[in-house]
Structures are given as C-alpha cells and as structure tokens.
Design a protein around this ligand. Structure first.
Ligand code: GDP
Length: 428
C-alpha cells in the first residue's frame, strides 16, 4: 500500500467490524513510520497473532508491535485511561517497548467511571447491544459539549468543575431511569489525579505531529475501529457505534486534512459477521452459521460474544467502497471457507417484486428483503500455505475474482490465516 506517491493510507473495516483490520494494520505497519487510531474506544478489539504470542489491543494501535513505529491515539478516540495503562503494562511485560513512541491527542475525550455506570445501567445501551464500556455516553458528552478532554488534566480547577457538573448530570440521568446507583465526583477526581502524571507526558498536539510527519514524507497509517456499516451516519442506524468509522472520520479524528489521504484500504471477510442486534440480510441458518462460527472462531475479542454469521454481501461492500472511496480491498479469512462444498454471494435484495442493488438508508427494509444469491463452487482444499494468487485452487481464485467484480474495487490482499505471514499481497 505504501509507495512513493501513497504515503498516507487509511485502513477501514468495510462490513460490520471484526474484519481482521488488526492483522492488516500489523502487516502494513512494517512499512509505516506512524500508526494512528482515529475513532472508537476500548470497545474495539484488534487481535494480532505473532505465532507464539497473541495480542489483543483495545486502544493502542497495533503498529506498536513493530519496533520503531510511532503510534498515536487521535482526537476522535474516546480514551479510557485505566485500560490504556493496563494495555501498556501488558505490552511492556511481553517485552514490547512502548516508551517514547506512544502519543495521545490532548484533544481526545476521556471515558470516565460515570460513563461506564450509565452504560451498564441503561436499558437503551442494552437494546443496542453495546459493549458497556462507556463509549456511547462519553461520545454523548462530547457532542453535548460538556466532555472532559486529556488537556483538562493540566488544569485541576477546571477539571474539578467539569467532573462535578458532569457527575450531577449523570446522577440526574441515573435517577430518571430508576436505578439507585450513583456516580461519585470525588472518587472520579481522585482516580484522575492518580492517572494524570502518567497520562500527561503522553499528551500532545497529535494533528500537528502527523501534519509534520506527512510533510517530511513519512508513511502514515490511519487505523479505524469497528466497520463502515457501524458508522453513526452511514451505518445501519440506530444499530451503530457513536463515531465516524468511515474514511472521512480519519481526517476529523486525527486533525489532518482530507486532501492528505492518498489511499484507503477496506478490509472485508470472505463472508460476513456482526455482533449484537440489527439487520444482517445474509445471515445464515444453523447449522451453517454454527459451522462458520466455529471454523472462523467468530467470538468477540473484547466480550467473547458469539458473532452472527452470514454469506458475503456484495451490496454492503460495494456501498462501503463508495462511501469510503476505497482504492483497495483486503479479503480476510478465505481459509475459513476451505471445507465448504458451495459458497453463496449476495448480489441483490429482492423486495416488493424488485431487485435492489444499492444499500438502503431505511434499514426497516432490510428485515423484509430476500437476498438474491449466486452460488459458487467450494475448493475443498487448505489455502493456509498459499502465498501467491496463482497458487490458489481454481475455485478459490474464481471466488476472489467474482468478489472483485461485484464490489467494483481492486482486491490487493487475500489473507489465508491468522499469522502475519499468511497473506497473499498482490501489489508486491
Ligand atoms: P479487527 O477488529 O478487524 O482487527 O478484527 P478482530 O481482531 O476482532 O478479528 C479478526 C480475527 O480474525 C482475529 O482473531 C484474527 O487473528 C483473525 N484473522 C485475521 N485474518 C485471518 C485470516 O485470514 N484467517 C483466519 N482464519 N483468521 C484471521
């Protein structure tokens, strides 16, 4: 992805998340100077498998696993400082050097204990299937212009005012939903006082740092969390996350100009999954769903929740390609389909006598559509050792070619296993 003319590259999920972005970022980070997270919080769980060790990173960009790569958490992220330090300590214990190469935007908003309390107590959060980590409530405070940012930790008086006001607000809400639980401003402030001496040295103007890096010709990877169909504007609202997961969010969530982005890589699974409630038009029935779940280990990295499984939906991915301006696509988990005798791809939605080929804005339609499937032959051979496109079994190659045609976007990578080396890179 990184060439002389492609220096700033965004990696986005082009389905409902868990597409394997962590692995792709890890592979691409080898050639990057900077890796920056631009949205989401500690609800994202990137899993990186290095053979003998595996890492699950919730907030720190997976680029941290590469020596010499500098990592930053952008202003678009809502930062849970406790989780951040747990993650840093875990990395250090595993011999990963973090010191001096991890930065946090001073503009990033903090996820505080009252956000988690609201998330845990609110039935609205439960009905949306959130991870209960306070991400939604923290973004609500941000948009309502009462949030606490990293830079507020530098001014104890301002911090006290903000936390006190927000605790009152949180408690009024908790009372209104009939729970007896209450947030505690003093405890929150004590916790922040403890964390500030560790967090503030990491805080900087990340937008300016990345701007300078880009000007100096550095290779910059902007890493999204979740997936395009969970974008607060373009996803299956209201079953979405609270931030802009799509490539536009990479600019606003890091503070660089959209015109500095050279390429956008969309990561998709060779099939579809989604966690929690909300539409999934190509959802499989059991026992096929069960089989894919077990073959693909489709259980949440953060919550352990079983993921819902479906066939590849070309309508979804072509839509994701359009709204992100995808220049390239990485198809992951092709190996998961190795044992199937036939594989379906959705090419349209049948509804009220018509066939729709564009993703609808009104998701109520998705509950009623009948996916139109094209059935392809399975290859029934292992692909985990394949490293060149021409070495894929003919039926697997035909599957990848057909996906490329349907999504109208170049497939640049095909991933055939969890390990770093299990990838077919088509641009090398
Ligand atoms: P992310 O949030 O998009 O990074 O996705 P997750 O990390 O939650 O899920 C991806 C999971 O799929 C991880 O456990 C990866 O190790 C695994 N994975 C990634 N690529 C492949 C692949 O090509 N084949 C298989 N079998 N697993 C993969």
């Amino acid at each position: 992805m990184f060439t002389n003319s492609h220096r700033t590259v965004v990696v986005v999920g082009a389905q409902w998340g868990d597409e394997g972005k962590g692995k792709l970022v890890d592979v691409l980070a080898e050639r990057a100077d900077w890796v920056v997270r631009y949205q989401g919080g500690a609800n994202a769980g990137h899993t990186v498998d290095l053979g003998d060790v595996g890492f699950v990173l919730h907030q720190i960009p997976s680029g941290i696993l590469h020596k010499g790569v500098r990592c930053a958490i952008g202003n678009g992220v809502v930062l849970d400082p406790e989780t951040l330090f747990t993650e840093i300590d875990g990395l250090v214990a595993d011999g990963v050097d973090v010191e001096g190469r991890l930065y946090v935007s001073e503009r990033a908003h903090l996820v505080l204990s009252y956000h988690k309390l609201i998330d845990a107590e609110s039935s609205h959060s439960l009905s949306l299937g959130t991870t209960g980590r306070g991400i939604g409530p923290a973004y609500e405070d941000k948009i309502a212009r009462r949030g606490v940012r990293v830079l507020d930790l530098r001014d104890p008086e301002r911090l006290r005012d903000l936390v006190t006001r927000n605790t009152d607000h949180a408690n009024a809400y908790l009372a209104s939903i009939g729970t007896s639980k209450r947030a505690d401003a003093v405890a929150t402030l004590e916790q922040l006082e403890k964390l500030a001496p560790r967090l503030l040295p990491l805080a900087d103007d990340v937008g300016l740092m990345i701007h300078r890096a880009i000007k100096s010709g550095a290779a910059v990877l902007l890493e999204g969390a979740q997936g395009s169909l969970l974008d607060v504007d373009h996803g299956t609202y209201p079953f979405v996350t609270s931030s802009s997961t799509t490539s536009g969010g990479a600019a606003t969530g890091t503070g660089i100009a959209p015109t500095t982005i050279d390429a956008v890589l969309g990561v998709v699974k060779a099939y579809t999954t989604r966690v929690g409630t909300g539409p999934l038009p190509t959802e499989m029935d059991d026992p096929m769903a069960e089989r894919i779940r077990s073959l693909g280990n489709e259980f949440g990295a953060t919550t352990g929740r079983p993921r819902r499984c479906g066939w590849f939906d070309a309508i979804v991915v072509r839509y994701a390609s359009r709204i992100n301006g995808l220049t390239d696509v990485a198809v992951t988990k092709l190996d998961v389909l190795d044992t199937l005798d036939r594989i379906a791809v959705c090419t349209g939605y049948e509804y009220a006598g018509d066939v729709h080929t564009e993703f609808p804005s009104d998701i109520s339609m998705l509950d009623r559509v009948v996916p139109r499937y094209e059935w392809m032959e399975g290859w029934q051979q292992p692909t985990g050792d394949v490293r060149r496109l021409e070495d894929l079994p003919a039926a697997a190659r035909a599957y990848v070619d057909r996906l490329q045609e349907l999504i109208e976007t170049r497939i640049t990578y095909v991933s055939v296993g969890t390990r770093r080396d299990q990838i077919i890179g088509l641009d090398d």
